[in-house]
Design a binder for this molecule. Sequence first.
Ligand SMILES: [Zn+2]
Ligand SMILES: [Zn+2]
Length: 174
Amino acid sequence: MRIIKEEEAELAKKYLAIAAETAKQATCARSRCGAVIVSERGCIIGEGFNSPPGGLKSQRRCRCEKNGYHIKVTDKTCCVHAEQRAMIQVLRTHPESLAGSTLYFVRLDEDGKLHYSGAPYCTICSKMALDIGIKYFVLWHKEGITVYDTEEYNDKSYAYTDAYRIISLQTTRP
Ligand SMILES: [Zn+2]
Ligand SMILES: [Zn+2]
């Protein structure tokens, strides 16, 4: 992983801003996220936001208690992730451009402003990005815009630590 600067960061900001626009379409009640996938040549080949699968009201699980699921239910998230949606779109429309592409991800806060990302933890998206040939994953951390190789991103997602999890749990408790 590396924090990018200057021209490279300016270009990344452009794509992150597009991802933030896309995130405004999200209908998930828990969070609003956006993702764009950019080909090696710099073309946007996929976009996505999080919302219930198929856009179905019957499949909305945003208010379900995550701890209520059986241990075998490993995906406790409610909606289709923005990154998943963007990846699905590219697989449908530009699969030939996946090799060497970059996925940019953003989360919005309640006011619709960009919310800095924490450490990677979504193994659903990290595995899929690596498997379909996306080369880089970009997050905007407080420390700066950070580029991960997708293999490293998958390792880091699986290595997300308990210590980190406890901190995040404590901060969300009243
Ligand atoms: Zn949701
Ligand atoms: Zn995900």
